[in-house]
Write a protein that binds this ligand. Structure first.
Ligand code: OGA
Ligand code: NI
Length: 322
């Protein structure tokens, strides 16, 4: 019997966008529509800044458990600071993920109208340079994300700046993730199968194997970016906005092969969110006779986020996302 060939996720260069915005938009949009994922090289974030960020990430997770625990803010849905092992469970899964993480959010001026749902950051005083480095990296993710969103807008036949207002002062979260060494008997996986909640996710660090996407034929496809490249994927908010024209693809992080079991895996996703009051309403251009509007109910992104955090076990009924 002949196997169907494994589909490939080709790396695209973001550096081609300035000379050929439509060409880049078509290639990136086609990858998003086919896989819900794209691999982006030449994303423009300084390699030295990223190296410093990895060093600080490792330094933080190397701290004693009781020091890290000081930065866990119970009841706040892990929105900022540290979330220890054993908290997050993928939707529908029974075992906790084998990971710990740190969240950095947007810095807002005092009294900002989103201040009630976007809490201030916390910073680990034990790791010098952490704040400056991660605020600089957050700004760079914002910049790269804006370029990618303009390509998506073009691909969808919208104005290239369509997403500028929706994401202004948006509730994006940068997550520093540590998956420690895994024993052969470990129940659960590094990250159970899930979809991301936000508009798009920009991920660094997936060169260390494990990330897989669930392709439309039901097969798991490994995502293996070239060194330094970014993996970008569609989240549920963009899937909803585009009436599933761009699919939010299920993905997971599987446990390592025996020879890599003794190594930690670090990764850094930037969950790009719209502003809390942006109303997600199906784009008219994504509604057709074959694909009628799946979401007649427009919903603010904050309400959407609250519903999803409840499902993840990160937000209890009656709590707030902030
Ligand atoms: C996530 C995620 C992938 C990775 O945090 O949502 O899918 O490679 N991470 O760590
Ligand atoms: Ni994810």
């Amino acid at each position: 019997m002949l196997d169907t060939p494994t589909p490939t996720l080709d790396a695209l260069s973001l550096a081609t966008q300035s000379a050929d915005p439509d060409g880049f938009a078509q290639a990136f949009g086609a990858s998003f529509q086919r896989f819900g994922f794209g691999v982006i090289q030449d994303h423009g974030i300084d390699a030295g800044l990223i190296d410093r960020a990895w060093a600080l990430t490792k330094a933080f997770f190397d701290l004693p458990t009781e020091v890290k625990a000081k930065y866990h803010i119970p009841g706040k849905a892990g929105a900022r600071g540290y979330t220890p092992f054993g908290i997050e469970t993928a939707k529908g899964a029974t075992e906790n993920d084998l990971k710990e993480f740190w969240h950095v959010g947007r810095e807002l001026p005092a009294g900002h109208r989103y201040g009630d749902v976007m809490p201030p950051n916390v910073w680990p005083e034990e790791v010098p340079g952490f704040r400056e480095t991660f605020l600089a990296l957050y700004a760079e993710f914002d910049r790269a994300g804006a370029k990618l969103l303009s390509a998506i807008a073009r691909y969808l036949g919208l104005d290239a700046d369509w997403f500028v207002t929706p994401v202004r002062d948006g509730n994006s979260v940068m997550r520093l993730l540590h998956y420690p060494p895994v024993s052969p008997e470990a129940p659960g996986v590094r990250a159970g199968a899930h979809e991301d909640i936000n508009l798009i996710t920009l991920l660094l660090g997936a060169e260390e194997a494990g990330l897989q996407l669930l392709d439309r034929d039901g097969r798991w496809l490994s995502v293996s970016p070239p060194e330094g490249a970014m993996v970008v994927n569609v989240g549920d908010m963009l899937q909803r906005l585009t009436n599933h024209v761009l699919p939010s693809t299920t993905h997971r992080v599987v446990n390592p092969a025996p020879e890599r079991r003794g190594h930690s895996r670090y990764s850094m996703p930037f969950f790009l969110h719209p502003a809390p009051d942006f109303v997600i309403e199906t784009l008219p251009g994504c509604i057709t006779a074959d694909n009628p509007n799946r979401y007649p109910e427009p919903l603010s992104s904050q309400e959407y986020l609250n519903r999803r955090l409840r499902t993840l076990g990160l937000l209890k009924d009656g709590g707030t996302a902030g």
